[in-house]
Design a binder for this molecule. Sequence first.
Ligand SMILES: Nc1ncnc2c1ncn2[C@@H]1O[C@H](COP(=O)(O)OP(=O)(O)O)[C@@H](O)[C@H]1O
Ligand SMILES: [Mg+2]
Length: 341
Amino acid sequence: MNWRPQSFEDFIGQSHVTKHLAAEVSASKARDRPVGNCLFYGEPGLGKTQVCEVLAHERGVNLIKLMGTTTTLQSLTSLFVEGRLGNDELPLTGWQRVGNKWSKVPGQKTAPAIILIDEADALPRPLWEVLYYAFEPADKRGRIIKLKYQGQMHDIWVPPVTFVVATNYAGDLPPAIQSRCPITKQFQPYNTDELCQMISQYAQSQGLRLTDEALVMLASRACGIPRTAKQFVDHTCLKAVDGQVTELAAKQTFDLLGIDHEGLDTACRAYLKALHDQGGKASEKTLGVCIGEDPKTIRNVIEPRLIRKGFVTIGAGGRLLTATGRQHITQTDENVVSRLM
Ligand SMILES: Nc1ncnc2c1ncn2[C@@H]1O[C@H](COP(=O)(O)OP(=O)(O)O)[C@@H](O)[C@H]1O
Ligand SMILES: [Mg+2]
């Protein structure tokens, strides 16, 4: 079974997020109102979706997941007009659909759903325009949005739900949406202790035993990202003996994956090498062309890791390689990359 936190208490790290959300959940339960809209942003793999699942669980409501990449006007219409998402009924505890209207189930507490818009930067602008009104602060009565449905504009009543918008970079979202999310949280990379706690529980759930040395090696090479740390654990199966992962097995796994002692993969090293070959200074565009990665991956995944390690800085003239970045790439270039070829 995949180990995943179910409560704010189980959730390791990001206490600035979970403490605030726990207080919001208590207040919203006491007032029988939805939690305010949330905006979660930060590098991929830091637990934004995971926190949202915990939030829904703690509030005792259903989580409806929309992906920015696949949501269409038709799916929004179907969600709000017909109360359906794909083949599923919109699962709103405490609300029932009567004819073409929603009404409260008499005698039941309102338990509004949470609608997560994941990878929100990919949601097309015209859909945000539909959603602006739905994002207005909700009271017990919900909000009205204007939607074109079967060729005509309709006033559609949206039940009092909480919207959670998750994205890697908040600046990609329309300002009108940002300002309608009173609970805005930036997710931070985790420290090695937090990652150690997380992956020892995860490894156990996978039937793997990590020695202390292997645990620290896996956690410290994950660049502060839980998803990366969990993937490392999954890969150690390749070298584990009878479910036991030693430091040697972890090291052999990293060699197989092409991950160096700083936790940098081939894409990060290709970026450093390209910057080095350009004389230590290059534009984002030039680097993208040199290493063949798309600008979003460079901005959201590669650069944050290299900047945190102090290998790269961003200046007026573009990206700059620091002295430690130069030292790292010239050493690993010879020692690691050539060995991996
Ligand atoms: N604090 C945490 N404790 C335990 N597991 C976590 C934590 N944060 C993230 N994870 C795990 O890491 C993976 C990536 O998390 P996810 O929520 O999908 O990240 P994001 O949405 O920010 O890209 C998931 O498997 C998730 O369960
Ligand atoms: Mg996510």
